[in-house]
Design a protein around this ligand. Structure first.
Ligand code: PXG
Length: 475
């Protein structure tokens, strides 16, 4: 890690960088910059330690600054920095694929590498379409997603995704896509600890009754779902729901894709959401935790039968799948993935998450009864805290709570009226206590301030003073 003296102390010029999924004008007036990270903590520009309540963006399950990953990546850069990804390859790509396959649920042992969760989603959808075609069923070309699903930001993932705000400004998307309902039912399940008990089968049956009736099952290529919907606010499917979806897909020859970009790598206390819910998909996508977030990499695991169909049915000498990326299986990503899987094997991070999950659940539900708190949902080391909606001010309460937490030394995520907590799996009990006691204080603070509490400009005065001082013309 860099020594403290080499870390920047001045804000950079903030004007050139267009920050993704961020209110840029607001951010630049109130910049929140991390300059270092170690273990479960970030260091801010003004040398404050911020507890990482979100494992980055759900992507650093093994905590920050892992030296074995850094060493593996550094060494790989000087050994083989790049090898062409098409028509030639390098040994580490095969080793990484073997290791990832060994970590997958049984049967999903053919691995395609991408560079992100978005690319993994689009790759999975393309594989599903091409699979039916190679099997002689080109009419199976429709894709089904879910309301409030998130499968990244590329056109395929966006089309099957179900978050209106992400879709509305980008045109018409793909043709031949439909969606089933999301499984959140606050009226019935508010403050459920873990998986809701009822309603799963009826909800899944809708897939058969509504979508399949509407389209005819023989036209559907695949159904894509997140085992637990992360981005749209921690939506946990009721008992039996995913199993029933699996049965319906089997009955009609529809491929089931699990997007495990968030639920993979121990987040639910098991290797995969598939393990937690005991349902094996035909295709599984991942990214984020695959390299502990440090090098962009995603993977798509397919059942061996799917890969074999391409190999057996494509014309001799043909490229079986005309798809791939310049950086598919780039050596440093493979090195990072192998080093990350070594950490998981040595530290049994999935078990650690499982063992902490009851404690985490109790701590999360201790927020019940606070002003504005409408629902608390949890599974593994994930919690979602949903606030009452304020007319005309969607997200304002959660955003203010996020800013107050940051002031108090805790990083949380907010989406709409929901705060999501997903700490590194290396989190300690006393840090879990701190996450929820800080949230408790922040929620009370924001609620007690009334209208003033919702005004973002009342937070992070230190950062605002800095920004004003350093960029007087920009602001
Ligand atoms: N699928 C799922 C299920 C995801 O959660 C993606 C695909 C896209 O991955 P990339 O690597 O292209 O970003 C994701 C990403 C949040 C948050 O706070 C979630 C994501 C990304 C950023 C923030 O909920 N999920």
């Amino acid at each position: 890690m860099m020594s403290k003296t080499t870390l920047p102390t001045q804000l950079p010029d903030l004007s050139h960088y267009w920050i993704p999924f961020t209110a840029n004008r607001q951010f630049k007036a109130m910049p929140r910059l991390f300059k270092a990270a170690k273990g479960n903590y970030y260091t801010t520009m003004d040398d404050r330690q911020i507890l990482d309540g979100t494992a980055g963006l759900w992507c650093t399950p093994a905590g920050h600054g892992r030296e074995s990953i850094a060493a593996a990546v550094g060494q790989q850069l000087l050994t083989l920095d790049y090898a062409p990804a098409f028509q030639s390859s390098h040994p580490l790509a095969f080793e990484a694929a073997e290791r990832v396959a060994a970590y997958m649920p049984a049967g999903l042992d053919r691995i395609f590498f991408t560079n992100s969760g978005s690319e993994s989603a689009d790759t999975a959808l393309k594989i599903a379409l091409a699979y039916h075609r190679v099997c002689g069923n080109p009419m199976r070309n429709k894709l089904i997603g879910r309301e409030r699903g998130y499968h990244g930001v590329n056109f395929g993932g966006l089309a099957v995704g179900g978050i209106a705000g992400n879709r509305k400004v980008f045109g018409n998307g793909l043709a031949g896509v439909d969606h089933i309902r999301h499984p959140l039912d606050i009226a019935k399940n508010a403050f459920t600890k873990g998986v809701p008990a009822d309603g799963g089968i009826a909800l899944a049956n809708e897939f058969e009754q509504r979508i399949l009736t509407l389209h005819d099952p023989s036209t559907i290529a695949a159904l894509i779902v997140e085992p637990m919907q992360g981005s749209a606010g921690v939506i946990i499917p009721p008992k039996g729901y995913l199993k029933r979806l699996r049965e319906i897909c089997d009955r009609y020859g529809i491929l089931l894709i699990f997007d495990e970009v968030i639920t993979g790598f121990g987040r639910l206390g098991t290797k995969w959401g598939a393990d937690h819910f005991d349902v094996i998909p035909d295709i599984l996508t991942c990214a984020k935790g695959l390299t502990n977030g440090v090098v962009p990499m995603g993977a798509v695991a397919v059942k061996r039968e799917i890969y074999d169909a391409f190999m057996e049915k494509s014309p001799a000498g043909a490229i079986e799948l005309p798809h791939g990326y310049t950086y598919s299986a780039i050596p440093i990503a493979c090195a990072a993935a192998i080093a990350t899987l070594d950490i998981f094997a040595a530290e049994k991070l999935e078990d650690r998450a499982a063992n902490l999950s009851d404690y985490f659940e109790q701590a999360a539900h201790s927020l019940k009864g606070l002003p504005m708190v409408k629902d608390i949902r949890n599974i593994g080391l994930v919690a979602g805290i949903e606030f009452e909606a304020i007319a005309g001010k969607v997200g304002a309460f959660a955003f203010a709570t996020y800013l107050k937490c940051y002031e108090l030394g805790l990083h949380v995520r907010y989406t709409g009226d929901i705060i999501a907590i997903s700490p590194p799996l290396t989190i300690e009990k006393h840090e879990i206590d701190r996450i929820f006691s800080t949230l408790n204080a922040a929620i009370k603070y924001v609620a007690n301030q009334g209208e003033t509490g919702l005004d973002a400009s009342n937070y992070l005065k230190n950062e605002q003073a800095w920004a004003a001082h350093q960029q007087p013309d920009e602001l």
